[in-house]
Design a protein around this ligand. Structure first.
Ligand code: NAD
Ligand code: MG
Length: 399
């Protein structure tokens, strides 16, 4: 698709959103911003809209609309300001938009990402929590509405690049032919070598100090606990129709090999590059062509050696919990994700110890198993279980 694309960037003020705008600005001949959205940093949203010429912005409420107006440079025509969650989903499905970058953090991004899939858009999916919470529903929407789904998470983007040529950017119903295993790499985060007993007093600043990637705070904590890799195993399961026993995780502290695909004949294909999200973002925006992303060359001689090791599930209980949830089914995945969001938020605001994050998730998974079985056939079903899990986790007295 080398035609001109008008892009809605949902979550434009975040880490992925900023990188997306950087890439779009490099290619005015083929990319333009259609819409931007933000939840809290409204003044930054106004700067982004002024710089990119976005005709539409979406803010959460009327107070944010007033803040946007107050921040807008005098004398310039205001963009159309849409308000609320429904407006966000409608914007993702807007006929004037070709491509949607789903870069909101958490299950809050699910309704708009799903709306984009149902409208048959090119969907660039960074928001992994949407797939964790509603994998079956989301992939069905992609299939039924002919959406073009391109993974932006660096590991999944790497796998997509290493799959056999001819794999469509959509929703496969079975694993790609000839593929034996997917190998997801993980940096191991800032506490890879720490004594687990020392983690009791970890601060949000320490947990967010990722050795290789600069990211939003929630995903940084998820990387430290390795729940992020667990979410990515679930994400890979849905994106590539791959059973859990054929998805392996490998610690690779340098974050140079972004992931790998192993074939039946023993071949292993890897995608390498600098740890800069503009590479997978440009891949998604340019697909099937390659765009200049602003990322420089990879100097392998400078690295000298690349290391790999098996993750220690004792040290990273959250990774095991995610595998357990994937095997247990969709309801467990909703509970895993919602409980983690509550726990991470509580940790980041100083209400929960770092070491309690896996305990909150474990309690929520046990709670979910005690419930009578639920159907998760609709967005409303998923959101109801997500809300019930948050209420349970929030009432634990831990969070
Ligand atoms: P971030 O915290 O930097 O940004 C989040 C964005 O979402 C912001 O624009 C914020 O305004 C918006 N937002 C937050 N809560 C919202 C709500 N309730 N409703 C509407 N909008 C809301 O996060 P990030 O690091 O850019 O990550 C975004 C997503 O991409 C996450 O799902 C993350 O897992 C995924 N991802 C990020 C990276 C990375 O390098 N940062 C890599 C891979 C995947
Ligand atoms: Mg990732």
């Amino acid at each position: 698709m080398s035609r001109f694309q008008r892009v809605a960037v949902l979550g434009s003020t975040g880490s992925i959103g900023e990188s997306t705008l950087d890439v779009i600005a490099r290619h005015p001949e083929r990319l333009a911003v259609f819409a931007l959205s933000a939840h809290s940093r409204i003044e930054r949203l106004a700067e982004q809209a002024a710089a990119s010429g976005a005709p539409v912005v979406v803010v959460p409420d009327t107070a944010a609309r007033e803040r946007f107006r107050a921040a807008w440079p005098a004398g310039r025509p205001l963009p159309e300001i849409r308000v609320g969650a429904q407006a966000l989903a409608d914007t993702a499905a807007d006929a004037a938009c070709d491509t949607v970058m789903a870069a909101i953090v958490g299950a809050a991004g699910l309704p708009a990402a799903l709306a984009a899939a149902r409208a048959g858009k090119r969907v660039l999916l960074a928001n992994k929590e949407a797939l964790v919470a509603a994998g079956a529903l989301f992939m069905r929407a992609v299939r039924e509405h002919g959406a073009e789904l391109l993974p932006i998470d660096s590991e999944h983007n790497a796998i997509f690049q290493c799959l056999p040529r001819g794999e469509r950017a959509g929703a496969p119903s079975e694993p790609a032919r000839g593929v034996r295993r997917l190998l997801l790499t993980a940096s191991g985060g800032p506490f890879r070598r720490h004594d687990p007993l020392d983690l009791h007093d970890v601060t949000p600043e320490q947990a967010c100090a990722h050795p290789n990637w600069s990211m939003g705070r929630k995903i940084s904590v998820d990387s430290a606990t390795m729940l992020n890799k667990g979410l990515e195993v679930i994400e890979a399961h849905w994106l590539f129709a791959m059973p859990p026993e054929r998805i392996d995780v490998l610690i690779h502290p340098q974050s140079v090999v972004h992931s790998m695909v192993e074939y039946e004949d023993g071949s292993v294909l890897a995608q390498l590059g600098q740890p800069d999200m503009r590479t997978p973002i440009s891949y998604g925006l340019g697909f099937p062509e390659r765009l200049d992303s602003g990322v420089g060359p990879l100097d392998l001689a400078r690295w000298g050696k690349l290391e790999f090791e098996t993750p220690d599930m004792q040290r990273f209980p959250c990774l095991q919990l995610a595998f357990d949830a994937l095997r247990a089914g969709q309801a467990a995945c909703v509970a895993l994700n919602a409980a983690n969001e509550v726990a991470v938020e509580a940790f980041l605001s100083g209400r929960l110890r770092y070491t309690w994050i896996p305990r909150v998730i474990t309690a929520a998974l046990e709670w979910q198993q005690r419930q009578s079985s639920v159907t998760l056939d609709s967005l409303a079903d998923v959101l109801a279980l997500d809300a019930a899990t948050r209420a349970y986790a929030g009432n634990l007295g831990l969070a």
